[in-house]
Structures are given as C-alpha cells and as structure tokens.
Design a protein around this ligand. Sequence first.
Ligand code: NDP
Length: 499
Amino acid sequence: MLRGQLFIDGAWCAAHAGALMDVIDPASEQVFAQVASAQARDVDAAVRAARRAFDTGPWPRLSGCERARVLRAMAVALREQLEALARLEVRDNGKPLPEARWDVGDAAGCFEYYAGLAEQEDKRGAEHLDLPDGRFSSRVTRQPVGVVGAIIPWNYPLLMAAWKLAPALAAGCTVVLKPSELTPMSALELVRIGHAAGLPPGVLNLVTGLGATAGQALSEHKSVDKLAFTGSLATGSKVMQAAARDIKRVSLELGGKSPLIVFADTEIEQALEWIMFGIFWNQGQVCSATSRVLIERPLYAKLLERLAQEVARIPIGSGMKEGVLLGPLVSQSQLDKVRAAITRAVQEGASLVSGGSERPPGCGDKGYFVAPTIIADMRLDSWIWAEEVFGPVLCVAAFDSEEEALRLANDSRFGLAAAVMSRDLERCDRVAAALQAGVVWINCSQPTFCEAPWGGFKQSGIGRELGRWGFENYLEIKQITRYDSRAPWAWYIQAGQRD
Ligand code: NDP
C-alpha cells in the first residue's frame, strides 16, 4: 500500500489527528494508497509557511534566471521519471497509459516553457513610459503576486498541477497546492521533485485532503493573495465568493459544452478522427471536450453511420492494458453521474446511436466503465444538449446553414472551446471569429500548446492560463513615477515662492 503525507515548510508531516483518506484504482476498485487528509489547521500551517517564504525567504528575491534553473531541473526529473509517473497516474485516474505519458511529457514541457519566460523577464526589466509631461519619468515593473492557493481537479492531475505551479513559481510566488481527493498521487511526486530540484522550504506546500475541508479552508484563508482554481462551475462560484471577501486575485478554469461544427465539404475520415478524439480521449473527462457535434445536413446521415461503426470498435479496459483507448471513469460517483445523464437523455426523447448506460461487455465486473455513447435527435433545449456530462457522451445534431450552425454553437452559457471543420479556410476563419469561445480549433479539436492562452468566455471561467497570459496571472504590475523637476508643484506653494 502506498502512503502519502502533507508537505509543509520543506518537510513531510501527518495531518492533524492523523486523518487519512483512501485512494482507489478506478480499474480494479481497490484501495491502493492512503494519504493524509488535511484539516483546516494543516492548511493554516501550509499557508503560514508559504507566507513566510514569500515575505522573508529567498525565492521571490532570486533573479528569473536563478528560478529558471530550479524549474529546468524539475523538467529534467519529470522526463527521467516519465514511465513511473505515467503508471502512477493511470492507477490514480484510470486513463490509458499512452495518454498519461503525454501528460508527463507536457508537464515537463510546461516547466521548461515557464523557465524560459522567467529568464526573459530578467532581460525585459522595467518598461519606461514616455509621458507627455516632461517633468516626470515613469517606469512599470512587475513583481510576484504573493501566496497562491492552487486548487486542481482529477482529470489531468499532474498536468493541471504543472499549469499552475510552473508559471506561479517562475513569477516568484509561493504556493499551497490542493489536488483532488480522488487523484493526489502524482502531486506528491511533483512536490518531491521540486524539493530535490532546490525549491526552498515553504515555496511549494502540498495539502492533500477533501474539497469541502482543505479546499474550502485554502480558498477562505486570509493570507492567500491569489486563488488559481480549475474545476466545476459550482465549486468555482464558491471559490470566487471566498475570494471576494478579501479581494483576492482569482483565476477560474471551469467547465464547457464545446461545439464542433462540421461542414459538408469536410473529408469524412478526417472528421471522424477529430470528432472521436475530441470527445473520447481521457474518457471524455476533458473540460474542452467537443461534446456537441453539429453536422451540415448533406453529410449528417453518412457521418453518423460511420461514427457509430467506429465507436463500437474502441477498445475499452484497464488503462494499463496495451491498445486500450478508453479506460474507466475516475470514480463510482462520476460513473453514476454519466449513466444518469444518458438515462435522462433517453427518457427525454433522444435516440441512442451507440453505447448507453449499461456496463460495456468484456470489461469484467470491476472498474468504473461506461461505453462510448452517441446521442442524437435530442431537443436543443434538453439537459443533455446544454449541460456538461464530463464523460464519453457525444451529442450530434444537423444544421442547414452557417448562420444556424453558429447560432446553435453559441447558444450556451459556456464558452471554453469550439471547433470548425471545412475545406474552405475562409469560411473557417469567418466562423472562428464568430464563435464565442476562448479557444477555437480549425480542422482539428483539442491540441493544446504551452505557448497559447487557455481559458473561457462566459461561464467557463475568468482569466487565461498558459502562454505569457498565464505568467501574468501571477504578477502584480507596479508603476514607479518620479518627479524630476526642481520647480514647485504649485498646488499651495506658488511658483517663485520657494527661492
Ligand atoms: P470540483 O469542482 O468538484 O473540484 C475541483 C477541485 O476543487 C478539487 O480539488 C476539489 O476537491 C476542490 N473543491 C471541492 N469543493 C471545494 C470547496 N468547497 N472549496 C474549494 N475547493 C473545493 O470539480 P471536479 O474535480 O469534479 O472536476 C470536474 C470539473 O472540472 C468539470 O466540471 C470540468 O469541466 C472542470 N474542469 C475544467 C477544466 C478547465 O481547464 N476549464 C479542466 C478540468 C476540469 P475534491 O476533489 O477533493 O472534492
């Protein structure tokens, strides 16, 4: 049985009163680890350590180049331990091993990328402003925002930690990280790696624990300067309310119900590939999953038929098994939610083209498996068309004009991502410009790059992660303005009076 403790002020420690929680392998339903379950007083100790490290420790005072050395060492260690970390992630989350390997590689790439931005920040220095009043000179500097409370979900445990830690640490912030209670294991390893790479005590603290206990205590803590949250809309709203009490900085990456528009001139095999990847990778537990596919009428019947054929052939099983493309969902409760969503859709009149709420055949009797599911003929005001399922469930509808496709695509309270496919690139550009989403893919769906901003319009969140925008999340901007003239300001001393 694996064990995990909290990491506070550079040392591993038990939670208050020895509180523990079980970690379950979603493929076998077996408890394979026990980790500390942080209580409010543990979170307080972690935040105090981060506060001290920020206010008096070396980390925020190092140059960007010095911080970059530590981040690069973390990236090297991630790559060296890639296979072991990927296997741990599969046990914790259930995803297929090749996808877990991508995640670890991407996490390493994220630390390298922000190491580069930290180095550039040194070169960039202060920005001097050209003011119209020549008596003044003004410069703009940027400094770390302070203590960051980072709260992350279970769908990409290591990668979501990297998306927050890499820019925050590069900027010179100190962090308290709260992973999901469902998937705490890779965060323990990441913290170990950070410590070995040379992060000073208190710079990176880990509080594994329950959302309603550790997560809430972190978001409400008065000594936290910024909350960086990824998760559901409901929890995001609570985090924002907690932030509002002390005017903490807050960035939110929330859910989505992202559309993929397929015009009839799209090559059918290309459409199949991106539709399937767009909704079924990571078992559909992806905030940007293109879970609503809109197909132009002339292609609709043929594409739907081909989709049903291909989806039935997706290999399902333990993420550790060679060739598996769809692993189990993360937990019993996620499985229950996804099954309930499918049942509700059918009860409300939608047709099941493929899959369904029954246990898929050939998966044994253990593991949180659900078949990849396609739903059609739903009402466009139904629950399944509007709400995020966060599982391998695709809704498909037909459209007759570009205008109608855009209207249907944008008719959502979410606006995280969207995609459009057509051979007519001018049309793609026109549609991309009109889609209400923070990320738009043309002739693909889902590829994500460290360099490009990530985040949503509307209720999909506030702020952007990744790229230089993600770095700025963790920086405060300061203007320093100097009066260079000897002449009096002349508000109460009149000109000429001083001499
Ligand atoms: P939750 O909102 O339930 O949890 C997210 C994190 O918040 C977890 O660490 C959770 O802890 C914690 N948490 C729970 N309750 C509180 C609270 N009261 N105060 C502070 N923290 C709390 O989301 P899920 O983990 O279920 O993740 C799935 C959701 O996340 C989906 O809706 C998905 O769209 C969204 N998501 C968005 C992404 C994006 O980039 N936009 C990326 C990934 C997911 P615990 O797990 O221990 O309860």
